[in-house]
Structure formats: structure tokens, C-alpha cells
Design a protein around this ligand. Structure first.
Ligand code: NAD
Length: 494
């Protein structure tokens, strides 16, 4: 049984509702997860509110020591956490380890918080007047996270929030909730006081309770665009600071001068890694004339060889999809109603894996001559279905990308510096790759898309994470002997 983590321990109440947790490789229900009601969310927020009183006053060195300890425990217990991710999500072990390592990077960044929280000081801005700025925590902050990175995305949020002195309530995806509890127990083991980090599980009911709760000061959300918009609109309505990261449709332009083997390798890795269930997955390859047919042939040859199997399989390169409902939806994008006049070059439907008959499989699929206006192009898809769109020129490619309502990542493959320069300047996307298909910034930069891929003003983790989880205060101080006398004039700086 997977339950909430409130005030430093597993919740001991009785859940009104529960959900199934599947192992997508075996197709079996492996556990149940409690779903929180508004009352349960309130219990977590109360614990966090109480803990904030002392945590926000705890010294920076003490906070950092706990984070250093947490980082060591994450390394020691990596196998357990990575195995849990793979079992509930389905991704292969090496890929789960990749997400985990990228999450640990954020803990390492947060260990530098004494430097990151330094304010500014100006001496003698007016006679005997000094001015300085400090950044202070917000209070209780919440994170709502998606199924596709059950460890990394929570780790994008709470290490920085906690380092800044906030307390945290996490609502992870109900599809793969167990990794978050391992993180919670390791934080406790590292010495984090009770109530500073809490986890509530559940679905819309728990999310709505977070959005409405008057004692939550800020919400970080990562998930699909419609829910990101919903979270942004409702949490800002109740006065919260919000960053809500949404879905994506990431394009990869391949210019005629590009090395086609390199481009094909990248398209296959970024299109089918994690079964295409990544917000930074390449979903549409844009082939600039005349290389389209040759590129498609090379992608097809590689995609057909991807080894599909359980996440724990020694040779598996791509695991199952997260649920059968999601697999069926992704597979429907290979139907004529979704592809229009495009050609399905590689069809992953009907893929089976020996010994895993009930697994949620869909093999790598490739669709050529895709046109905007068809569902396989317009929708996010979020599965191992890669589209190829042919265009006549770089200008046509950039018009196509910039017309898309989402703008998470975009990549160009070329060695022509003039196109690289134009692309990074002209493309409407928050993260740009040059001969790199998945340009996820390291933890000392920030991550975020444009347009419908992010609602709010600040990107997540990195320096923007520190800005998001703190508010600024400016102090103007004067010490001098003798009174200046009454003066009703607006203060000037002489
Ligand atoms: P999702 O939007 O279905 O769920 C995300 C969170 O919202 C979960 O915690 C879920 O319980 C909750 N939720 C779901 N339906 C809700 C509703 N009706 N009301 C309130 N809350 C609700 O997303 P998902 O399927 O878990 O994850 C995949 C999506 O997340 C993809 O669209 C992907 O692109 C996106 N994503 C984006 C980023 C990014 O950084 N931009 C990163 C990872 C995933």
C-alpha cells in the first residue's frame, strides 16, 4: 500500500478512495495508492505551515548540510529508486538512472544556496543611508508532477524550495507514486525536520485542494498543456505564485548539409527513448529538401532494430507505454483518420514481447510526408510515433515550427554557422539544440518552454528556481546622530 507522507511519517488514516498502480511490462496491478481528499491535503499543509516557522529560521549551513546528506543517500540508494521508477513507469533501467542522475544535479545546485541567496548592498546611497536586498522564502509551496519523470521532476522543484527555506507539499503522479516516498524517507534520514517535506497522492481532487488552499503560497506544476493552463488559471485566481509547465511538440530540423547518420541516430534516440514519453522527445523531424527520402530510410533502418522489452531486460532499449489506455491512444495516431495522406513507414502496432503477453507494448513507428492539420502532427502524441515533415527550405522549416502553439524544445542539425545563428535567434522555443536533439539544460541553467509549454514568468530549477521560491526585500537604513527635523517633502537622495 502506497500512502501519503505527512509530518515525517507515513499517513495512518483510512483512505476514502484508492487507485491501482500497474507494472506496464507485466500488465499487472502491483499495488494500490491512497487518494487524498481536501482534508488530507489540509493535514499536509498544516504540518508544512507549522514546520515553516522553524525551518525558515534554520541557518543556511544547517540546511545545506542536510541537502549534502540527502545527496549522499540518493547515491547510496540509487538502485532501489531506479528500480522503482522502472517498475511503475516502464522505462528501461539505464534510462531511469539517467533521469535520476539529472535530478541529483539539482540537489547539488541547491547545496550552493548560501551563494545563490546573497543579496546586494549599496553603501551611502544618500547621506548616511545604506540599502540592501535580501531574498526570503515564500512559506508553504506545492509541486504537482507528471508520470513520465517520477523522480527527476519532483527533484527539479523541492531541493531548491527547501534550500531557500520553504516547506513543501508534493502531489506526484498517481500512476507511479512510489519514488516520491523513497525521496521523502531519505530526506528524513538526512535529518530534515518533520513537516518540512510532505507527499499527498491522488488525482484532480487533491490537485484542486492544493489550488484552493489559502496557506499555499506558490505552485510548481509540470504536466500536459490543458492541465497546466487549468492550474495556472485557478492557482493565480487564489493569489498564488505559479509556474506551470505544459506539453510539447519538439521539432528537429535537418539541413541538407547535415551528417545524415548523425541526424538519424539522434532522431531515433530522441524519438523513441523512454517510448517517446518525454516532454523533450523529438516528435517531428523536419527534413529540408532534398534529403528527406534518404533520412527516412536511415531512421527506419535504425528504428526497426530498437529492442523493445521490459525495463529490467538486459538488452531492452525501449520499455512499454505507461498504461494500455495511453498505448491505445498513441496507436490511434497510426490510423488513416490521424495520418491523412501521410505514409506509415514503420508500424509498431501488434508488437509482442516473449514472456510479457499482457505488457503494454507499441513498437517504434515512423510516419512520412506528414502535414500540419492532421492529428498525428497537431497533437503531442507522447509515444513512439515519429513524424517526418518535408519542407523546401530553412525559411519554411522555421515558419512551420513557429506556427506551433507549443515551444518547449527545438533542434537543428547542420554545420552551417549561418543557419545555426538564424535558428537560435528566430525559433520560438525556450530550449534550443544545435546538433543536440534533447537540449535539457544543466541544473545551473533553468528549464522552460515558451507559448503553451509554460504558463507563468519563470522557468524551473537553476537561477529561476531560486527567484521563484523567494521574494525580495529591500532595506533602506540610516544611522546618524542628531535629528534631521520634520520634513514633509518626499524623500530625495541627497
Ligand atoms: P497530466 O497533465 O495528465 O498530469 C500531471 C499532473 O496533473 C498529475 O499529478 C495528475 O494527477 C494531475 N492531473 C491530471 N488530470 C488532472 C485534472 N483534470 N485536474 C487536476 N489535476 C490533474 O500529465 P501526465 O500524463 O502525467 O504527463 C505527461 C505530460 O506532461 C505530457 O504532456 C508532457 O509533455 C508533460 N510534461 C511536460 C514537461 C515540461 O517540462 N514541460 C515535463 C514532463 C512532462
Amino acid at each position: 500500500m502506497v500512502t501519503h507522507w505527512i509530518n515525517g511519517k507515513p499517513w495512518d488514516g483510512e483512505a476514502v478512495r484508492q487507485g491501482d498502480i500497474f507494472n506496464p511490462a507485466s500488465g499487472e496491478v502491483v499495488d494500490l495508492v491512497d487518494f487524498a481528499t481536501a482534508r488530507d491535503v489540509d493535514a499536509a499543509v498544516s504540518a508544512a505551515r507549522e514546520a515553516f516557522l522553524t525551518w525558515s529560521q534554520t541557518s543556511l549551513t544547517r540546511r545545506v548540510n542536510i541537502l549534502f546528506g540527502f545527496r549522499e543517500l540518493l547515491r547510496e540508494r540509487a538502485d532501489e529508486i531506479v528500480g522503482t521508477i522502472s517498475r511503475e513507469h516502464g522505462k528501461v533501467i539505464a534510462d531511469a538512472r539517467g533521469e535520476f542522475d539529472r535530478g541529483i544535479e539539482v540537489v547539488e545546485f541547491a547545496c550552493g544556496i548560501p551563494h545563490l541567496l546573497k543579496g546586494e548592498f549599496s553603501e551611502n546611497v544618500a547621506s548616511s543611508v545604506d540599502t540592501y536586498s535580501v531574498r526570503q522564502p515564500l512559506g508553504v509551496v506545492a509541486g504537482i508532477t507528471p508520470f513520465n519523470f517520477p523522480a527527476m521532476v519532483p527533484l527539479w522543484m523541492f531541493p531548491i524550495a527547501l534550500a531557500c527555506g520553504n516547506t513543501f507539499v508534493l502531489k506526484p503522479s498517481e500512476k507511479d507514486p512510489s519514488a516520491s516516498l523513497l525521496l521523502a524517507s531519505l530526506l528524513s534520514e538526512a535529518g530534515l525536520p518533520d513537516g518540512v517535506f510532505n507527499v499527498v497522492h491522488g488525482d484532480k481532487e487533491a490537485v484542486d485542494a492544493i489550488l484552493e488552499h489559502p496557506d499555499i503560497a506558490a505552485v510548481s506544476f509540470v504536466g500536459s498543456t490543458p492541465i497546466a493552463r487549468y492550474v495556472y488559471e485557478n492557482a493565480t485566481r487564489t493569489g498564488k505564485r505559479v509556474q506551470a509547465l505544459g506539453g510539447a511538440k519538439n521539432h528537429m530540423v535537418v539541413m541538407p548539409d547535415a551528417d545524415l547518420d548523425t541526424a538519424a541516430d539522434a532522431a531515433v534516440s530522441a524519438g523513441y527513448g523512454s517510448a517517446g514519453e518525454r516532454c523533450m522527445a523529438i516528435s517531428a523531424v523536419v527534413a529540408v529538401d532534398p534529403i528527406g527520402d534518404e533520412l527516412v530510410a536511415r531512421i527506419k533502418q535504425r528504428a526497426a532494430q530498437v529492442v523493445v522489452g521490459p525495463g529490467t531486460g538486459q538488452n531492452s532499449e525501449m520499455g512499454p507505454l505507461v498504461t494500455s489506455a495511453h498505448r491505445d491512444k498513441v496507436a490511434s495516431y497510426l490510423e488513416p483518420a490521424a495520418t491523412g495522406s501521410a505514409t506509415v513507414v514503420l508500424d509498431g502496432r501488434g508488437r509482442t514481447v516473449a514472456g510479457y503477453d499482457a505488457g503494454v507494448w507499441l513498437g517504434p513507428s515512423l510516419v512520412d510526408h506528414v502535414q500540419p492539420g492532421t492529428p498525428v502532427y497537431d497533437d503531442e502524441v507522447f509515444g513512439p510515433v515519429l513524424s517526418v515533415v518535408g519542407v523546401g527550405s530553412y525559411d519554411e522549416a522555421i515558419r512551420l515550427i513557429n506556427a506551433d502553439p507549443r515551444g518547449n524544445g527545438a533542434a537543428i542539425f547542420t554545420n552551417d554557422a549561418s543557419y545555426v545563428r538564424r535558428f537560435r535567434t528566430e525559433v520560438s522555443a525556450g530550449m534550443v539544440g544545435v546538433n543536440v536533439p534533447i537540449p535539457v539544460p544543466m541544473s545551473f541553467y533553468s528549464f522552460g518552454g515558451w507559448k503553451d509549454s509554460l504558463f507563468g514568468d519563470l522557468h524551473i530549477y537553476g537561477p529561476d528556481g531560486v527567484r521563484f521560491y523567494t521574494r525580495q526585500k529591500v532595506v533602506v537604513s540610516r544611522y546618524r546622530s542628531g535629528g534631521a527635523g520634520v520634513n514633509l517633502v518626499f524623500p530625495t537622495n541627497d
